[in-house]
Each structure stands twice: as C-alpha cells, then as structure tokens.
Write a protein that binds this ligand. Sequence first.
Ligand SMILES: [Ca+2]
Ligand SMILES: [Ca+2]
Length: 362
Amino acid sequence: MRCVGTRREENGAGLITESRTTNQVLAVVAALQNRLNASREIAPITLPNCRLIKGIECGSEDIDILPNGLAFISSGLKYPGIKSFAPDKPGEIILMDLNEDNPRAVELRISRGFDLASFNPHGISTYVDKDDTVYLFVVNHPHQKSTVELFKYVEDDNSLVHLKTIQHDLLTSVNDVVAVGPDSFYATNDHYFSDFILMFLEMFLGLTWSNVVYYSPKEVKEVAAGFYSANGINISPDRKFIYIADVFDHNVHVMEKHANWNLTQVKKLQLDTLVDNLSVDPSTGDIWIGCHPNGMKLFYYDPENLPASEVLRIQNILSEEPVVTRIYADNGSVLQGSSVASVYEGKLLIGTVFHRALYCEL
Ligand SMILES: [Ca+2]
Ligand SMILES: [Ca+2]
C-alpha cells in the first residue's frame, strides 16, 4: 500500500490515466465476451430420429429447400479465423431430395468455365421463376474476396450452370443473400472491413458498421445499417417482410420491405444465443435458426472444448408474443457449430459452419 501511495504522490495523474485505460480495455473485453456469449454452457435437447448425413464432413453452412423438397447445401466454407477440416479442398454444392425414403447427399456438377479451385461457398438462396427455372444464388469467397455467383439448376443432369459473377463495391464482406428476383437479392455484409486484422478489430471494438444491401442490375444500395454483424437473411412467405439475424447482438430484426426495396424496421426479437442463418417454413411462416450458443468456442476451436449446436424455432414473430422453442441442442459431441436448420414436411436438416450435417424426421 505504501509503495502505491508513494507512486501516487509522484505521478498521480499518470496513474489515474493508466487505470482509466485499463478499465476501458477491461470494459471492451467484457463487452466482447458478452457478444460471444463466452460463458454459456447448454443442456442437451435430443431428437429421436436423427442421423449424420454420409458424405458431408467439411461443413454445410447454409441450406435452402425448394417447395418441391430439393435441398441445396453449401459445403466447405473457409472463413478467416474459423476451423476447416479440409483447408485445401474447394467447396461444393450438395443436393438432397427430401422426398426419398432415405435421402442421400449428392454433389452437384458445375458447368465448365467456372473457377472451381477457388470456390468457397457461404450463404445461399434459391429463386423459382414464373417459368419454373430454378436459380441458385451463392455467396462465394474466392481468394478472400466476396462475390455472389448466380447459377441455374438443371434437374435432368443434376448440374448447376454458372450464369454470372456479381461483384460490387457495396458487397464487401457478404455472409448471406435472399433472392427477390431472377437477378436481384438482398445481401448481408457481416463486417464493414474485409481485411482479416481489421475485421477482428471491428469485432473486438464492437463497431456497428455491418449492413444490408439491395442488389439488382439497375440499382445497388444500402437498405439497412447499424448491425454488429448481420448474418442470416430471409423473407416471409407473403414476401412482405425481411428477417435479418444479428449474430453478435443475439437478435432477429423484422424489416418491412417497400416498393422501392428500402427496408424499415418493424421489430427486433432478442434471444440469448448467436443467431446464424434463418430459414422460413413456407407452410407455417415459422423461422428456424441455426445458432451458436457460445461464440468463443466457435472462434477459438479446441477439440477438448467443442463448439456446440442449437436450433431455435420462432412462431408468430409478428405477433405481440412470439413463441421461441429450443428444438435441438448438443454440446458438440454429435454436431459442432450449427449454422442453419431447414424443414420440409416433417423433415429437418441441420447444417454446420465446418463440421457435419444432421438429418432428422420430426
Ligand atoms: Ca441463406
Ligand atoms: Ca451465415
């Protein structure tokens, strides 16, 4: 004590400044731990009829299911700071027909001319046009950049024909997209920066510089901003509302879509988990979410302390009292780092950022 007292006398102002700085750093670290839910442990919730899907070993970050039961799965994401079990293997798009009694995962062939070696697929979205053409929008990170690839799905030979690569100054760090036309979509930028160090700094400091962009060949504009990290995005069955997950703010934003494609916030539903991709059940309008209960375990991969999985279902999000149900939870012993959950007629697919995928009959 005496020693401290003496120093205080000699350099009082300096010490106060120093302790203020220390307090500020501690506050930033505490806020980061909160955003990552760093202390959360979960109790398991099991489902009776689930199996791991054969052939999916290196991620199934996003899943989009067509009204006819064909499920598209993006696999093999390499994302700065996140684990990959196959860092040198290009990503792929996998298809499962959920009408089959025992659905299998089949890799889709991609047309010539597309650079497969650098394919690094992330969020996806399908769009069925008036003439029944199926378009698949895929967020891609070739060489750490962000593009959106537009494909046409050809059912006859289970292939994807690459139509175009979309790149734009406003599409800097794209996480997910939701198609609103055959060549237009909303996209989330999960960070303002695309450089890894600056991305980390942005997360560490808790900047709310992440946004949502509307893209069409005629017009590209920011339509929502102020997110810690906008991640999953999807649309209501009546196509009036856009749902956006803020992964580090642990909530889902409900936005009203206007004729000029601008978005205005209707409400925000607070949760206690890191919300990744959002799927909408077309028959009920329920939102199914793949969540990370504890982001620290996801970002600092430790085989002794695995990242967990959690699936939430939100019913009646527009009502006064939405119902949030925890459908599935696992400590990572079965499924690590769940990022998406999608349903089709009593069947549930749960995908992960870099691990396997689960097929369940509900
Ligand atoms: Ca998606
Ligand atoms: Ca995502």
